[in-house]
Ligand binder design. Structure first.
Ligand code: RI2
Length: 307
């Protein structure tokens, strides 16, 4: 039987658990459970095992830095611990703290982001971001009358989750296919999307199609907002790394029997929206321009590795 680490990595890889925030919490929670249930009391063995667990979790999906930050924060004190018990305690404490602060960040973003929505606004969102949905739901909870277009988001159709979430929150929501974005954009006042990763130069990596939504918004002079907890900011890009864009199985797009055998299928999961198409990044520490991401990352990296 697989243990909590392998099961969690499989669930993330197979998208049974999905969404950048959720996978980060799942990774942290799995490490907490692993530490709680660890049998043994030797520090060196624990460090070896927790490193293997870290690699397994991080090997599940490559793009969302939230997962990397969640794991890194959970394990930030483990390698400097002076005893097995201190090491184990640090994983449990830091992992729990990360998950709790992640939920708090989503709530704070909902509160701040909702202020940017005006009564009567027409909004658009892409894919299924719990953070962006939280902002819209909070505005409606405050009594604002809004209409929302939600994209289907092929191939996984996460838009169906979004319309269900918004409908349950009492929002007037219309589902559109991804290629209808430009057709409706002139009617839209504001776009709200989530984030998998935000780079040090303020570029956004989010569900494939986000960059097309941003281009359409730019053309129509519609405000484009990114809802992102700061653990979606990538310290790795500050150090020069580029973000790997996950490619998934062609079978997610089309059944092989429906196309000639010589046809290739390209299935990238995310794309890059350049900072110049982004008006606001709504975070739990405030609403900022993409140009401010560098400062947040560098000040935090300077003081500590805590994001
Ligand atoms: P929250 C999702 O990725 C989408 O790209 C979404 O915008 C992003 O995570 C953020 O989601 P996927 O797991 O953290 O569906 O805001 O590939 O829920």
């Amino acid at each position: 039987m697989k243990g909590i680490i392998e099961t969690t990595a499989d669930d993330i890889r197979e998208m049974k658990v999905r969404g950048a925030g959720r996978i980060a919490r799942a990774g942290a929670d799995a490490l907490v459970k692993y530490a709680e249930e660890y049998r043994g009391n030797d520090l060196n063995n624990f460090l070896k095992d927790i490193s293997a667990a870290e690699s397994t979790i991080l090997g599940s999906r490559p793009t969302a830095v939230s997962l990397w930050n969640g794991v890194r924060i959970t394990l930030r004190d483990v390698r400097s611990a002076s005893s097995f018990e201190a090491a184990r305690e640090s994983v449990i404490r830091n992992g729990k703290e990360f998950s709790e602060s992640s939920f708090r960040a989503v709530d704070e973003i909902a509160r701040m982001g909702a202020k940017r929505i005006c009564d009567g606004d027409v909004l658009l969102t892409h894919c299924n971001s719990s953070t962006a949905v939280g902002v819209i739901a909070e505005a409606v909870r405050q009594g604002k009358d809004v209409k929302v277009y939600a994209t289907e988001s092929r191939p996984w159709r996460q838009g169906l989750l979004t319309v269900r979430d918004l409908s349950e929150a009492g929002v007037d929501v219309t589902l559109i296919i991804d290629s209808a974005v430009r057709s409706v954009m002139k009617k839209v006042d504001r776009v709200f999307v989530g984030a998998d990763t935000v780079t040090s130069s303020g570029d956004l990596i989010n569900k494939v199609g986000t960059s097309q939504v941003a281009l359409c918004a730019h053309e129509a002079r519609t405000e484009f907002n990114v809802c992102a907890e700061t653990y979606k900011f990538s310290p790795r890009t500050l150090a020069g790394e580029t973000v790997a864009i996950e490619e998934r199985d062609p079978g997610e797009v089309v059944s092989p029997s429906d196309i000639p055998s010589d046809v290739k299928v390209f299935n990238p999961v995310f794309d890059v929206t350049p900072a110049r198409y982004i008006d606001n990044i709504i975070t739990e520490i405030g609403i900022m321009s993409p140009g401010s991401v560098y400062g947040v990352l560098s000040s935090r990296m300077g003081a500590s590795t805590d994001i």
